[in-house]
Design a protein around this ligand. Sequence first.
Ligand code: ATP
Ligand code: MG
Length: 560
Amino acid sequence: MEENTNTPSNFIRDIIDKDLEEGKHNGRVHTRFPPEPNGYLHIGHAKSICLNFGIAKDYNGLCNLRFDDTNPEKEEVEYVDSIEEDIRWLGFDWEDRMYFASDYFGRLYDFAVQLIKESTAYVDSSSAEEIKNNRGTPTEPGNESPFRNRTVEENLKLFEEMKEGKYEDGAHVLRAKIDMASPNMHMRDPVMYRIKRAEHHNTGNEWCIYPMYDYAHPISDWIEHITHSICTLEFEIHRPLYDWFLIELHLEDRPQQIEFARLGLNYTVMSKRKLLQLVKEGYVAGWDDPRMPTLSGLRRRGYTPESIRNFSERVGVAKRDAVTDYALLEHSIREDLNIRASRVMAVLKPLKIVITNYPDDKVEQLETDNNPEDTSAGKRTIPFSKNIFIEQDDFREVPPKKFHRLYPGNEVRLKSAYIIKCNDVIKNENGEITELHCTYDPATKSGAGDSRSVKGTIHWVSEPHAVKAEVRLYDRLFTAEDPEADDTKDFKEFINPHSLDIMSDCLVEPGLADAKPGDKFQFIRQGYFCVDPLSTEGKLVFNRTVALRDSWARIEKKGK
Ligand code: ATP
Ligand code: MG
């Protein structure tokens, strides 16, 4: 991953540089990426992955994959598998360091017992309702629980019995004994454990008490020797609690929590709960629907790992939340595909042309560049014959001003072939155009040193050689820049009803007959396309990754 070696500095790297200078953690850098396995990874997670694994790589450190699976009900094995696949696909490797927070349930329990013994944790038998009502408000202190001053022995016994399943769900919780008057609400005796009878994907029915994230996370980090625990801004206010547990447990070489702004993208949603709704309620075809901001969706759409890593780099690391323009993501994939994708010809809405002065059975193999941006990509030949197809949009019976494509009496160049002239428009009994009759100028073969030029060049395919294909064009999934902005409305009200356009009568040049799922091409003048995994030998399906016009490049230009 060459592009990471010149990573610009950011405030997180500044902190790490300073720590290294001061000899903290004996010069070690160890990060982790801690997904909760309750959904597929999205482009926001990619930013966190690139940051955590990127830092580890640049500082000769390590990065762990840790599944944050403290919530038994919502988590599924399917998600664990997809998360592993997506991180690998992005190009990162956790080697043998894949962990589960649930691996630490035993140690977390022992640490909780230690806190009870030191009188810094207690069993509260108040109801959830009572605990909530006694928390106070940001401006008023909370009330201490009547159970706050239970003896150590009583607490130990109750906590053990909670673990043994003697109590109903919700009968007791274990709380940290901190300060009910703290201005930070998270420090007002936060809950550490709750009773919950639910099967866990990893530990099955072994446990009926589960630790809360705020308690499990710092300790999991410490167990794994994490040095820098990078998370998103909403956890900033939890940091004193993160530190509190580690300090009260007298743990040495403590990890440090550092927060950065999450990635937000316009015209989409990023909450896993909302993405799940789109999947479950059938608004999209699945987590990997090419319109989804998930990594599996972007992959199916034709995004490359390089483009996503470059995008993450460009977005940078900030301390304040901001929304990134979707156009920047599209710019990143265009830039990558511009170099790697072969140019091919595909006609999405075919219009037949008969070249009346071309011999009936003649077929010429015409030479064309695979990629003018990359001379090492070489050349190929494409067949040319009497009957061809062009794009319906490239012909107008009555041309508007400045229309330089085909119209009666006008000439255009067929890309890598000849100049043709339109002589007759053939219509059916309903007045619809069925074909055009043209003549070609044999003296204008491309690459043969012709001096004559015309204003328009259009793409085409040869009728007897063309291969049928289905092409799927995508638009934004939402019509609103921020579908979550209006609290009074459901985000699904802003779903774009025209986000998918399936074109089933497309024709592509014969070389694409053997294209494999994931293969990427530029269809000349139409954009970048990728073979869908559902494509079979009998039926080629292409997804448009992105159109050619780059609004981000235009914005960048203007700014200069
Ligand atoms: P959700 O609340 O939608 O379930 P989450 O943030 O809780 O999402 P996690 O699985 O906990 O999802 O996230 C794993 C890691 O990825 C966390 O460290 C989290 O901070 C980070 N992350 C999640 N979303 C973003 C984002 N949009 N931008 C950057 N990092 C993110
Ligand atoms: Mg989370």
